[in-house]
Design a binder for this molecule. Structure first.
Ligand code: R1P
Ligand code: URA
Length: 292
C-alpha cells in the first residue's frame, strides 16, 4: 500500500507549490545548495548561465538554474535546525511525493545537498578564512530525536564519550546531543585536499549554546575549553554553526546525500573575527559549484 499524505500533513498551496518554500515540484533540481542567508542565494545564482525560476517566501528564497551544464537549485534556510526540518521535509516531498495523488512515488529520487555556510573555528588549524567540511556533525538541537531510526544512524559511542568528557547531566544539553556522519562520497568530492575535514557542533543558538557570554553568565563557564580539548578516535571538534546536524541526520533518514562546508568567520580560540567575509565566501561558492 502506498503511503497517502492528507492536506494537514503535507500542505500544498493553491498554485501547487509546497507550503513554506513556495517551490513547485518541477522546479527542483537533483543537486541542491543550501545557504543560511537569503542574500547568499543571489550570490550563488550570479554564477548560473540561466535561471528557470526564482521564488521567495519568509526566509526561504529559491533559484533554480544551470551552472556549466549542471541543473542546480539554491535555497536559503534562514538560521537554525528548526528551519532545516522544514526545508528538508519540503524538498523531500517535492522529490518523492506525487502532489496530484498525495501518495509516495514508486521510485525513490535521491537528492545531493551541500550547505555553504559560515562558522566559528575552535582549533589552531581553523583560523578565519578556513573552509571546514563537517565530516561529522553533533546536534545540540535535539531535532533528530523526534524521528524513528535516530539510534541506527547516529554514532552512539561518540555521543557517550562527549557527554562523559563534558560531565553534563540534567538540563545541560538536554535532550542529549546526536552525532551523525555526512555522505562520505560527497565529502571526498567537495573537500578534496584543500579543505579541513572536521567535527562540527550545530548549536541551538549563537551565544550561550556556543559558549559566548555577554551579560548573562553561562551554565558551564568551561564549556568551550572542554569542547576544544575533547578528542575521540582521532577526531576533534573543529567548529560551531547552527544547521549541519539536522541536515546530515534528516538526509540520512530520508536516503539523500548531504554535507556542510563552512567558511570560518570567527576563531574563538584566538578571539578574532572577520565581518567582511561576504566577498571571500564567493571563492567557496565557486569551488562547491565546480565540485558538486
Ligand atoms: C549565525 O550567524 C548563522 O551563520 C551560520 C550559522 O549556522 C547560522 O545560521 O551559517 P549561515 O552563514 O549559513 O547562516
Ligand atoms: N556562525 C556561527 O554559528 N557561529 C560563529 O561563530 C560564526 C558563524
Amino acid at each position: 500500500m502506498k503511503k497517502y499524505f492528507p492536506s494537514s500533513e503535507l500542505i500544498i498551496n493553491e498554485d501547487g507549490s509546497v507550503f513554506h518554500l513556495h517551490v513547485k515540484p518541477e522546479w527542483l533540481a537533483d543537486k541542491v545548495i543550501l545557504v543560511g542567508d537569503p542574500g547568499r542565494v543571489a550570490l550563488v545564482a550570479s554564477h548560473f548561465e540561466n535561471k528557470e525560476c526564482e521564488v521567495e517566501s519568509r526566509e526561504f528564497k529559491t533559484i533554480t538554474g544551470t551552472y556549466k551544464g549542471k541543473r542546480i537549485t539554491v535555497v536559503s534556510t534562514g538560521i537554525g535546525c528548526d528551519n532545516i526540518d522544514i526545508v528538508m521535509n519540503e524538498l523531500d516531498a517535492l522529490a518523492n511525493i506525487d502532489f496530484n495523488t498525495r501518495e509516495e512515488k514508486e521510485e525513490f529520487r535521491q537528492l545531493e545537498l551541500v550547505r555553504i555556510g559560515t562558522c566559528g573555528g575552535l582549533q589552531p588549524n581553523t583560523p578565519v578564512g578556513t573552509f571546514v567540511c563537517s565530516q561529522k556533525s553533533m546536534g545540540f538541537d535535539g531535532l533528530l530525536n523526534f524521528y524513528a531510526g535516530r539510534n541506527s544512524v547516529c554514532d552512539l559511542p561518540f555521543e557517550r564519550a562527549f557527554l562523559n568528557h563534558m560531565g553534563w547531566s540534567g538540563n545541560m544539553c538536554a535532550p542529549a546531543p546526536y552525532v551523525i556522519d555526512a555522505s562520505e562520497e560527497l565529502i571526498d568530492r567537495i573537500a578534496q585536499k584543500d579543505m579541513v575535514r572536521g567535527v562540527t557542533i550545530a548549536a541551538g543558538g549563537f551565544f550561550g549554546p556556543q559558549g559566548r557570554e555577554l551579560r548573562v553568565p553561562l551554565a558551564d563557564p568551561k564549556q568551550n575549553e572542554k569542547i576544544e580539548a575533547f578528542e575521540y578516535n582521532g577526531h576533534r571538534i573543529t567548529n560551531f554553526e547552527m544547521e549541519s546536524s539536522a541536515l546530515a541526520g534528516l538526509s540520512r533518514l530520508m536516503g539523500h546525500k548531504a554535507m556542510t562546508v563552512c567558511m570560518v568567520i570567527a576563531n574563538r580560540l584566538i578571539k578574532e573575527a572577520n565581518t567582511g567575509y561576504k566577498n571571500t565566501i564567493d571563492t567557496l561558492i565557486k569551488t562547491v559549484l565546480d565540485r558538486i
